[in-house]
Write a protein that binds this ligand. Sequence first.
Ligand SMILES: Cc1ncc(C[n+]2csc(CCOP(=O)(O)OP(=O)(O)O)c2C)c(N)n1
Length: 396
Amino acid sequence: MEKLLEKIDNPNDLKKLNIVEKEELAEEIRKYLLEIVSNNGGHLASNLGVVELTIALHSIFNCPEDKIIWDVGHQSYVHKILTGRREKMKTLRKIGGISGFPKTSESEYDNFDTGHSSTSISVALGMARARDFFNKYNKVIAVIGDGSLTGGMAIEALNDAGSSKTNIIVILNDNEMSISRNVGGIPALLTKIRTKKTYTRSNNCIKRFFNRVPIIGKPIVNLAHIIKRGIKQAVIPNMYFEDIGFTYLGPVDGHNIQELENILYKSQNIEGPILIHVITKKGKGYKIAEENPDKFHGISSFDVETGEVRIKKDKDYSKQFGEKLVKLASKDEKIVAITAAMKDGTGLKEFADKFPKRFFDVGIAEQHAVRINCRNGSIRIKTCICDIFFIFAKRI
Ligand SMILES: Cc1ncc(C[n+]2csc(CCOP(=O)(O)OP(=O)(O)O)c2C)c(N)n1
């Protein structure tokens, strides 16, 4: 029997499939991703996590007229496979081969050349404003991970988009992981929302109820307002997104194509900025990656049976750096390490394990990471290694 995947040359082919066929297609795509990345190396776990989401997005929206912006872009393999680049994906990480990130020069379905994280909402908002300016009606969708949402630029963009009343859709792909486990207050907020699923489902009923609480007299108005807000905040954590101007939809199971299609379809009829909270699993469908999502975030050629990397590098720059820093820090307790969500990539794992109190992962926030360590009386940057992603500081 001919594989479904071989029949998909563009999103219109995908739209002809029913849900059961799309589910089969998802499994075929997973196998194909594994085949390519285990041979060539690449970003695996994030792509396995967005298979159903990407199928649903290309089923509901009409690309390339509608614009999808992939934050970071490392999770765009499925998008590439579904938009006419299935065969070219075999050239990933080969000289002259396909890019592992969206490239406007590569396809009309790619809208922004990415690599750095936390930019997608800004790009989407700009495109949406341009659309409105030229009286067009296409949809603009930013797909951003919970890790990238910790980046300052993403928060700045949410702030602007929320108050703008512009029609944009932000898909929050929440897998609880950056490259390592996600850190900070925003992931904590998302966890609250996830664990209060039942409450968020009845969000509208609760809101309606509290809005009907009678108000008597001016002082009581204020008091009632504070109490109402307090209770709402306690019961409906997604209020954060609603309060800054977004319509919040979800959370939705990011591996259920039907549910995803329903919510995406619904989003098309809502005015203003929308945030759809999608829950996914990094590495979904390949057990070894599900259990080690950080190792399989970006990986070189590996054995599918064991998950072991084929050629192990003895020493690379990051490893050298990490080892040296551990040596120095063993002799000098004033040395601390700061990373912007790049513990593994910058060779700091051993340091973090050995000196947990002297290790700071500040989330994807390089600007903040640099600034937090400038002289403040007690901490001053002693050395800043050329790569902005990691610095180490010495308390004086
Ligand atoms: C500004 C910046 N800092 C760090 C990185 C390295 N980086 C690439 S992907 C990633 C994690 C992204 O996490 P998330 O947005 O949740 O996506 P996921 O991989 O979990 O789907 C990081 C830190 C980057 N691309 N850009």
